[in-house]
Design a protein around this ligand. Sequence first.
Ligand SMILES: *Cc1c(COP(=O)(O)O)cnc(C)c1O
Length: 455
Amino acid sequence: MSNRQKRFFLSEEEIPTQWYNIQADMVNKPLPPLNPATRQALKTEDLFPIFAEELCRQELDQEHAWIPIPEEVREMYKYYRSTPLVRAYGLEKALDTPAHIYFKNESVSPVGSHKLNSALPQAYYCKQQGITNVTTETGAGQWGTALSYAAKAFGLEAAVYQVKISYNQKPYRRSIMQTYGAQVTASPSMSTRAGKDILTREPNNQGSLGTAISEAIELALNTPNCRYTLGSVLSHVTLHQTIIGLEAEKQMEMAGEYPDIVIGCFGGGSNFGGISFPFMRHNILEGKQTRFIAAEPDSCPKLTRGIFQYDFGDVAGYTPLLPMFTLGHDFMPANIHAGGLRYHGAGVIVSQLLKDKYMEAMDIPQLETFDAGILFAQSEGLIPAPESCHAIAAAIREAKHCKETGEEKVILFNLSGHGLIDIPAYDQYLSGSLQNFQVTDEQVKANISKLDQII
Ligand SMILES: *Cc1c(COP(=O)(O)O)cnc(C)c1O
C-alpha cells in the first residue's frame, strides 16, 4: 500500500524527439481549407504571409507521420518536461471506485498550462526564418502568456492584443505577459485600422476574440518581419501538443497499464488531440478499442450539438473556410469561467475523427465542472484551471460508472493547467453565485441555419 508508485517521469533522453502527425495515418483525411473568395483548396504558400513557413507546411502535411522536434525546442522542453504522469489515488479513494485514474500534469509548465508546448516551436520557426516580431490575440490570457515567454526565449518581440474586457478584468494575466517582456494592447485599439474602425463607430466597445484576431492579423500583414501565431484549433498546434500523449504512452508503460479511456477538455482541440492522438494511432493501425472523450461546456456544445460543415475560424470571417464541427462562427457563448473553451468550432482533424467515430464528446454544465475541480483539489492537492475541470468531471462520470458496474477500467485524463490565477471563479462557486448556462435547441438551430449562406 505505502510503496505504491504515484508519479512517473522520463529521463531527458527519453523525452520524445518527434511529434506525431495523425493526418498521415487517418483513413479519411481532413477536407482541405478553402479560400473564401475562390472556394479553391488552400495551398501551403497561401499561408506564408501569415505564419512561419515551416508551420504552414506542418499545417497541411498529410504524409509524414513523424515530424522531428528541433533540437533547440527540445532543449527548452527540458526545462519542464517530462511532465509527471500521476496515479490519482486520492481521487480514486474519494470516489470509492475500482477504476484506476491517471492524469498527465501539464500545469507544471512555467506558464501554468500546456500552451507552452506549441508556443516554443512557433517562436522557434519564426526565429529560424529571420522573423523578428510575433503577434497574437488572447482572451483569458493563457495563450498570450505562453507566447510572451516563448518569444523572449528565442529573442523575438511579442505584441499581444488582449480582449479589452479581460485586459481590465484580469489584470494579473496582463502583468504576467508584461513581466515576460511582451507589449500588451487592449483590443479594440487605435493602433490598427480594424481597431480604429470599431472605436469610431462604437467608442465603448469592450472587444472580443474576433476583434483581437483582426488586429493581430492586420499587424502581422502590415509589419515587415512579423508573423501571426495561434494557440489552438490549427493542425500544427495540435501536432506540437502530441508531446503530451507520446510521453504519457511511455509513462503508462512504466506504470504497467494501458488506458481504456483517454479524456481531454475541449476548446479548439489542441490538448485533447495532444494527449489522445498517440494512443488513437493504435486504434487506427492495430484495432485497439480505447475510448477517447472530449469534454466540452454545455454552454458551447459544438461537438455534441453543432454540425459538420465549412465555416470561418473567427467571428469576423477573415480566416480560410474550415471543415469543422461548428455552432456558427458568430455564436456568442455565455461568459463561463472556462474562457479557453468558449470557441464556436473544432479543429479539422478532430472534426473528421468525430465524424468517423474514432472519438466521442461529452457536454458538461459549469456547476458540475467546479464540483469536480473542488473534489480534485481536496483529494489531489492541485487547484485545476476551470477548463481542466471539464476533463476531471468527465473522468469522474466514467469512474462512477465503473463503481456501478464493478469494472476496473484505466482512465487517463489531461490536466491542461492550474487555476491559481482563476481564484475569483472559485470564489464565486464557494459563495454560491455561480450558475449554469445551457443553450436551447432553438438557439443552436437559429445560429447554425445562418451557415447555409456560406457554402
Ligand atoms: C487554452 C486552454 C484550453 C483549451 O484549448 P485546447 O486547444 O482545446 O486545448 C484548455 N485548458 C487550458 C488550461 C487552456 O489554457
